[in-house]
Design a protein around this ligand. Structure first.
Ligand code: ADP
Ligand code: MG
Length: 556
């Protein structure tokens, strides 16, 4: 499972490979500049001591300065390329997730994940990937390219010192791996807990109103506090391991640099006369010594970004199934909302012996049902709770595909108005909420007229600022009936002829229900709308031309 996550991460970068090339180039240029600076310093010190007359301070300073600027610019280039890569990968990923969400359609989507989980996927999980592409991958390139460049230089200067560095290098990753394996495990746990906490918290916030009324705030509070403490303990464990691993890292690189220093020192004293040690000069010794810390530096940086890799792997495991191409059409949870077969002449909608079973359920959610909806007709779908009314509407809408049978629809039925129990109004002005009905800008006159027809004229006391009246997410300032009237106005503005309504009045009291139904059926007559209304209210049923009764208890 780890291997697939790794492969997934690698594949994500593939379309944006040019940023990887750029960051590799940055690493190489930085390595070259670093070697150059070390060489210049060693040379300058050597000349200052043994040949001061040949030393040109101005040239040394100028060259050193240029190389230092070059080194930091190249590092900047590498960082920039990493950031751009992360940005590109995340952008594409979000696009894919959105596409997936749209493919799944509202009916399946609600069953698949809570709002909190969706936010986690889009926001936090996406952010976890940043570290991998922006820091880990460039650090991985650097940890190969820079020590290699330095090693080649040192071998050319003095092969014994080169051998020392070569043998010291694997020590560090080896010890890192031992510590790192535990770290990854803990990190994964911490990630999973964080996700759960975020989703949990968000769902509680969304239900705040309800919790307050149910007097459950205190119980929720202590629950959230307990979970946060758990989360804190996990985070501290992750940090302890991270500190331990960097201490291990520092220790071994210090030891290795010390070994090189001892070698250079003994060789300069003439205490070693084996191989190149005998010919070691102050220039080569200093050069090698200056390069030794630079040799270990990328390894240390790599160790830091190893943490990013663990986070990204955990994120990849969560995200990979969401972006995987559906391999087995039968097993894929969400067939696209392919436009169902159109029937240009006949009925508005025709459901022919459709039936549907939700994945993992034994019983059919909707047993074999045949239904023809003629243009301008009004049909009540009745039946006890759980009989499949909402499922039938979702089939009409194309949110779900039937397991058996087929759905045919008129050209006019491709787009429709959907009204549920409670109007979904967004935080914003009334104008913004109505504008959602159509792509092109709507005039104030159109909006005012639609509102008046829906029984909520702009002169109403509840709309003090007319179209600019602010509406909260919780429909602040509007009663349930008025919110439904806004939904009616939005439906009218859309111009669609097919209206699918799922228990539109079940949240209203009897008087409000009657008034709203008067308006709804009046509009339907006037504009020739086709209504399909799921309801268990006889008041709705009485006004419809036809009733389809779904029977509740049945066998699978
Ligand atoms: P109604 O709207 O008439 O109350 P539904 O169409 O919502 O009925 O549900 C019909 C049956 O399908 C019920 O038994 C319900 O438990 C089941 N069901 C509804 N939605 C889902 C879902 N997303 N996943 C699994 N089962 C579901
Ligand atoms: Mg229902």
């Amino acid at each position: 499972m780890n291997a697939t996550a790794r492969e997934w991460l690698r594949q994500r970068a593939r379309p944006h490979r040019r940023w990887l090339w750029l960051s590799a180039a940055g690493s190489l240029i930085a390595a070259g500049a670093t070697i150059g600076v070390a060489g210049i310093i060693a040379q300058a010190v050597y000349q200052a001591l043994f040949a001061p007359e040949r030393l040109d301070w101005a040239a040394v300073l100028a060259a050193g300065l240029v190389l230092i600027v070059l080194r930091y610019s190249a590092q900047g280039l590498r960082d920039l390329a990493g950031q751009r890569l992360a940005h590109a990968v995340k952008g594409r990923l979000r696009g894919e997730l959105l596409h997936r969400a749209r493919e799944a359609g509202p009916a399946r989507l609600a069953a698949q994940a809570t709002t909190g989980e969706w936010i986690e996927r889009f926001q936090a999980r996406g952010e976890d990937l940043t570290g991998y592409y922006a820091r880990y991958l460039p650090a991985l390139q650097a940890v190969i390219l820079i020590p290699l460049a330095i090693l080649i230089t040192v071998f050319w200067l003095d092969w014994l010192a080169g051998l020392l560095l070569l043998f010291a290098a694997p020590l560090i990753p080896a010890f890192m791996a031992i510590v790192g394996m535990g770290a990854e495990q803990i990190h994964r746990q911490q990630q999973a807990e964080q996700d759960r906490l975020a989703g949990h918290f968000l769902d509680r916030i969304r239900a705040l109103d309800w919790l307050r009324r149910a007097r459950a705030i205190e119980a929720t509070q202590s629950e959230v506090v307990e979970r946060s403490h758990h989360q804190r303990r996990l985070t501290m464990r992750t940090l302890r391991v991270a500190f331990l691993s960097s201490a291990v890292m520092e220790f071994f690189s210090a030891v290795a640099i010390g070994m090189v220093a001892i070698y250079v020192g003994f060789a300069l004293f003439g205490a070693l006369d084996y191989g190149p040690a005998a010919e070691l000069t102050l220039f080569t010794g200093l050069f090698v010594l200056l390069l030794a810390p630079e040799y270990f530096l990328p390894l240390r940086q790599f160790a830091q970004s190893y943490h990013d890799r663990a986070g990204a792997l955990a994120a990849a495991e969560a995200l990979a199934p969401l972006t995987a191409p559906a391999e087995h059409p039968a097993a894929s949870a969400a067939p696209a909302i392919e436009p169902p077969e159109t029937d240009p002449t006949g009925a508005m909608l025709a459901l022919e012996a459709v039936s549907l079973r939700y994945p993992g359920q034994d019983a059919l959610a909707l047993p074999r049902t045949t239904l023809t909806v003629e243009p301008g007709e009004s049909i009540a779908i009745t039946g006890p709770s759980g009989a499949g009314k909402s499922t039938l509407l979702a089939l009409c809408a194309g949110f779900l595909q039937p397991d058996e049978g087929r759905v045919r629809r008129h050209g006019d039925a491709q787009s429709f108005v959907w009204i549920g129990q409670q109007a979904h109004l967004f935080h914003g002005t009334l104008r913004e909420n109505l504008q959602l009905a159509r792509r092109e800008p709507l005039s104030d006159e159109e909006m005012g007229s639609a509102l008046a027809q829906a029984g909520l004229p702009l002169t109403a006391a509840e709309l003090p600022d007319g179209l600019d009246t602010a509406i909260g997410e919780q429909r602040r300032g509007l009663s349930g009936g008025q919110a439904q009237r806004v939904a009616l106005a939005r439906g009218l503005l859309s111009g669609y002829r097919l209206w699918l309504l799922d228990e539109p009045t079940s949240a209203l009291d009897a008087d409000t229900e009657h008034a709203l139904l008067d308006t709804l059926f009046g509009l339907a007559r006037e504009h020739g709308l086709t209504l399909v209304v799921a309801t268990h209210h006889t008041t709705v049923q009485a006004r419809c031309q036809r009733t389809v009764n779904l029977v509740g208890d049945r066998d699978a």
